[in-house]
Write a protein that binds this ligand. Structure first.
Ligand SMILES: O=C(NO)N[C@@H](Cc1ccccc1)C(=O)O
Ligand SMILES: [Zn+2]
Length: 158
């Protein structure tokens, strides 16, 4: 298991950068960053983490939903690296749900998100995926996707 990295906190400008498109997915350093992000999410009991949260301004995040103390009813899934992700379509339905952020410790907020989204992303083996996510996994995706544009959940709390 790779070592986990220090998480950039709110107030650090690195969290507000516009992250850059990933050109070479097979680059060794990028693959090591993916391993470190997964280790960091697991070590922090997170269900997701985005590269800007370790001050790496790449359009890359991990979605790692699994039931844990912080989100006991989270669905179980394999931690998945999503590279150059896009939201292709979304439901009109919007639902509010509680979110936290590893970069904003100790604070939760009620955040409106699309209930269902159709997404496209490239996985770490350079395969392009198109999938539909709903409810909590859709929420995590939208939360991480925001980080790639320097947006944090507090910006969306009504
Ligand atoms: O800070 C992050 N990811 O950026 N991690 C959050 C992700 C998250 C997203 C949406 C709802 C709940 C939780 C976490 O608490 O694991
Ligand atoms: Zn976050």
């Amino acid at each position: 298991m790779a070592e986990s990295l220090q998480i950039t906190q709110l107030g650090n400008p690195a969290l507000r950068q516009q992250a850059q498109f990933v050109d070479n997915i097979q680059d060794k350093r990028l693959q090591q960053l993916i391993d470190a992000l997964i280790a960091t999410a697991v070590a922090s009991n997170g269900v997701g983490i985005a590269a800007p949260q370790v001050s790496q301004s790449f359009r890359l995040f991990i979605v790692a939903s699994r039931p844990n103390l912080r989100y006991p009813n989270a669905p179980q899934m394999e931690p998945t690296a999503m590279i150059n992700p896009q939201i292709i379509a979304h439901s009109t339905e919007i639902v509010k749900g509680w979110e936290g952020c590893l970069s904003v410790p100790g604070i939760r907020g009620l955040v409106p998100r699309y209930q269902t989204i159709e997404v496209e992303y490239t996985s770490r083996n350079s395969k392009v995926h198109r999938q539909v996510f709903t409810d909590f996994v859709a929420r995590i995706f939208q939360h991480e996707y925001d980080h790639l544009d320097g947006i944090v959940f507090l910006d969306r709390v009504e």
